[in-house]
Write a protein that binds this ligand. Sequence first.
Ligand code: SF4
Length: 704
Amino acid sequence: RDKGVVQWKYATCGYCSTGCAMEVGLDADGKAVTTRGVADAPVNRGKLCIKGITEAGILNASGRGTEPLLRAHSYDPWQSVDWNTALDRTAAQFQRIQDKYGRDAVAVVSTGQILTEEFYTLGKLVRGVIGTNNYDGNTTLCMASAVSGYKRSFGSDGPPGCYDDFSHTDCLLAFGSNLPEQHPVIYWRLKEALEQRRFPIIVVDPRVTMFAQFADIHLPITPGTDLVLLNSLCHVILEEGLADEDYIAAHTNGREDFAALVAEYDPGMAATITGIDEDTIRHVARLYAGAGAAMSIWTMGINQSTHGSDGVCAINNLNLITGNIGKPGGTSLSITGQCNAMGTREWSSCSGLPGYRALENPAHREQVGSFWGVDPAFFPEQRGRFMTDIFPAIESGQIKALWLVATNPMTSMPNTGRIRKTLEKLEFCVVQDAYADVEATQYAHVYFPASVWAEKDGCFTNTERRVNRVTPVSAPLGNSRPDLWIFNQLAKRWEQGRRMRFPESASEVFEEMKALSVGTGANGQPRMLDISGMSHDKILAQRGIQWPMRDGDETGTPRLYADGVFQFADGKAKLLALPWADNNEKPDSDFPFWLNSGRVVEHFHTRTRTGKVGNCNKFSPTAYMEMNPDAARELGVENMQYVRLVSRRGDAIVLAQLTQRVPRNMIFVPFHFHDCVNRVSLGLLDPHSRQPAFKQAAVRIERV
Ligand code: SF4
């Protein structure tokens, strides 16, 4: 429909990690009125999903913050102030609290939503100026287990594969990933590949998701037992001589201990734990090992678990023993969540220092310190608390001030009743967000109105390591400012910040990141995350470039580890022995249902944007829970009846939708809605990644 568009400007979608390239249509007044996919973009080839199609609506959505706000107490009314007043107050309060309680009494929790240049600058500010080690992103709620697993198996974070692998694979194994709803355009890429040639799709998921309905084989696994299944698949592959022993010998360490461990996971035993019968486990193992190229993808079904990191390593084990890393169609590909979860992993310094450098490595501290003009001794020698440990530290009084950047823990964290009480304990809280009505502002003393998505300039990195551009299609709304500007202005409030260089434009920041990206990795090869061959202009011209792209390269790199050289010092990957522990909260007589949560296609995260946008909200206006009709009959619950969902943490009122998609002992609730599923979730933590097990908790249903 003609919406009076007179000009189109380039952007990358600001919702999920698929990384769809789009153009934003502007009317004669310069107002963004619509979007369309970019036909020659390598990721989406003109396609967008419902969120991308309606994305122009977020720029002028209700609730946008247009002025900085200030108040002395969280119960006082807000007062509009100028930027200098808000920034001065924030810097003074951080400095007062650090002087009184120590540097780590201030915590910073960011996001996967802002631009990479902004992440880099925030990291520089936090690590090089403010100096707290309590710094993390909300990616700990979604991708931390993938990061941890990649590091433990391959020596570095970084998804090895790409979407083009769908066009080369002979077998796809998906764990806890509902592509059609979570990543609709990746799903379209998969369907497009299947139109060229058939290959089996195996979906492991306790729920009959849309992806499970599409699969050739659906494995309705018992929640929390994926590690048992993976160990058992490896058991069969080794037992039946189906492994690629040449690849194992040349490119891995640890075979002996790994083989001894998986020997304990015969399919008969695994069947009793996973609920997947022995013959099916053997069949899937043979299918996977017998494929010329096989690939595994996963999302939150693996990551959000008490053994999420081990689950990722187990997927890597499966691919290493079958020689399926770094070859077309053979890979281990985490499907990331947020539009720039990768950007924060790469450059924000949350887990270390920029460019996949580690705080624990003295050479890395020295490199970054001398590059920034910061004494390396100023950096901590190990990473500090994860997001999920920051909130308990607020509760115990060790952290007194919190700066939230584009994240909404009041809806996204497990057990939000506890989070509410935790935030009330803060001496000082800053919320920086494009939307002033985000729930966490209830507890804030300062609100920074940030510009949103295509009001800003910079890059996102998608699931397949493709760096793509966002250009400023319209001016910041009201007196909101780009996050980059806010970080730079805040840096000037510290003496150390005034001594350091904080470039003002995104392209200058990108050039600085490029200079820091070069060097030699632990394996003696050039650093893996090398972007020195990229520039903002080249990225725009190629509609996105996959790193690494080194100076002199014409294009990016579709696959990592194609040469079989990994990021450990000896260049070999690790086969890890990963025993399964039965350590979840499980259904019992008081709370007889497994609680599962996930996305719906219309919404993104906590609905700060999609909850206000046309069709997204019209098509999915309210929370609901899926319940099996047989279980409902026993409890006298009717379709479309409100019920109370109860756990040991709290309760929530939800609309029941009766469906065979969930087994008799499971309840599924979308996680997007405030005061809903996370009032009851538990969130036990993975010991490696500190990611919460959102999908494994026990609940009961009460009629209301
Ligand atoms: Fe945006 Fe993801 Fe939809 Fe693409 S698939 S349009 S990146 S939300």
